[in-house]
Design a protein around this ligand. Structure first.
Ligand SMILES: Cc1ncc(COP(=O)(O)O)c(C=O)c1O
Length: 403
């Protein structure tokens, strides 16, 4: 069968694949503890579900404008003002079928063949393929664990070329949990000044942030940065609405208009029912977020403490999001490493460890290599305290066998 060169370049999403594998093992009766999934384990709050039911009952079940209903756009404008001190006109926001789709649409309307997009690594698995699908070139900016997995101004400066179209900023980050402070963003902004490079600020984890940090958006720093930033966000993570598929973006009205044209000729509107549910999510009681974040914070401490007890594992405390991203170099130094490397026969250490943990400990994690970093693995702590405690014990016991 002949396929397009575009699709042949793209691998399936590793995180979705691991979750599917863990679920299929569970279905066979194997007691797998899954740390793969990138979604909150809480149910969608009742008030939001009720808003969807009301939408169905009142006939809000037809096509809507391709870029979303005015009520949701207004709720998004109000949310940006309330939470981010960013003032947008309604013509500057649009609604898409999930945060991933927002990024996909944006790349499709912005990039020509060969345009470069700087992606700090470790990165969310979908950034590079989505850039490639739009004909763009992902330019990977390696960050260091010693720098908290944050880009430095010098490392950014080195990668800027005439072809650089955009820089992705994902704070708090998937997979590292790193969140940029205002000062750090100011240093990055200084490098970008006068470059005309667009900043794509993926704020999907903005509300999941710990230790009293306040989320800052680079668009807050100056009028120019406000104009040169496209903010991506969505209801998936903050309101536990991953299945509802609502993402949104805000920024330059001309870009937004083009995104709506693309959407009108591809998906058409995001689900009308999900849009009405999202209005309630954004304007309703925001304490649902605080409650979830309190649980994530508790689990964050449990998982970091538990992982650090396992031989060879070194895990930093994430600033935000719900992922732990432990370093595994110490595991590679363990006596038994050679035998498992031979058994699972892969050049990727994080993939060898992932296979070992799945088979030996029945624990599903995601290999860091999928996020551009083979020295680490990712564990989502969006699962119960009990699963985290048991999972960490299983990892510790499995790694003790290699010591
Ligand atoms: C960094 C990042 N951005 C965007 C998304 C998109 O979320 P969704 O498409 O479910 O709204 C995700 C989901 O995992 C993510 O981790």
């Amino acid at each position: 069968m002949q396929f397009s060169d575009r699709i042949l370049k793209v691998k399936p999403s590793a995180t979705l694949a691991i979750t599917a594998l863990a679920n299929s093992l569970k279905a066979k009766g194997i007691d797998v503890i899954g740390f793969g999934s990138g979604e909150p384990d809480f149910d969608t709050p009742t008030t939001i579900k009720m808003a969807a039911i009301k939408a169905i009952e009142t006939g809000k079940t037809k096509y809507t404008p391709a870029g979303g209903i005015p009520e949701l756009k207004k709720a998004i404008v109000d949310k940006f003002k309330r939470d981010n001190h960013l003032t947008y006109d309604i013509s500057q926001v649009t609604v898409n079928c999930g945060g991933k789709h927002s990024f996909y649409n944006l790349m499709q309307v912005l990039l020509n063949d060969g345009d470069e997009v700087i992606i700090p690594s470790p990165y969310w698995v979908s950034y590079p393929p989505i850039v490639q699908l739009a004909g763009g070139v992902p330019v990977i900016l390696e960050t260091r664990e010693e720098d908290g997995f944050k880009m430095t101004p010098e490392s950014l400066k080195k990668l800027l070329t005439k072809k650089t179209r955009a820089l992705i900023l994902n704070s708090p980050s998937n997979p590292t949990g790193a969140a940029y402070s205002k000062d750090e963003l100011e240093n990055i902004a200084a490098v970008l000044e006068g470059s005309g490079v667009l900043v794509i600020s993926d704020d999907i984890y903005e509300s999941i942030i710990y230790d009293g940090r306040t989320f800052v958006n680079i668009a807050n720093l100056s009028d120019t940065l406000f104009k040169n930033t496209i903010v991506l966000n969505g209801v998936s993570k903050a309101y536990s609405m991953t299945g509802w598929r609502i993402g949104y973006m805000a920024g330059n009205a001309d870009i937004i208009k083009k995104v709506e044209i693309l959407q009108s000729q591809s998906t058409s509107n995001p689900s009308s029912i999900s849009q009405w549910a999202s209005v309630e999510a954004l304007i309703g009681d925001q304490s649902v977020i605080t409650d979830m974040v309190a649980a994530f914070d508790r689990r964050r401490k449990i998982i970091v403490e538990g992982l650090n007890k396992a031989p060879g594992i070194r895990c930093m405390m994430p600033d935000g999001a719900f992922y732990a991203f432990p370093n595994i170099s110490g595991v590679i130094a363990l006596k038994g490493w050679k035998s498992i490397k031979e058994k699972y026969d892969s050049d990727s250490s994080s993939s060898v460890l992932t296979s070992y943990l799945l088979e030996e400990a029945q624990v599903a994690v995601v290999p860091g290599v999928e996020f551009g970093n083979d020295n680490n693995i990712r564990l989502s702590f969006a699962t119960s305290d009990e699963n985290i405690i048991n999972g960490c014990e299983r990892i510790k016991a499995a790694l003790e066998k290699l010591a």
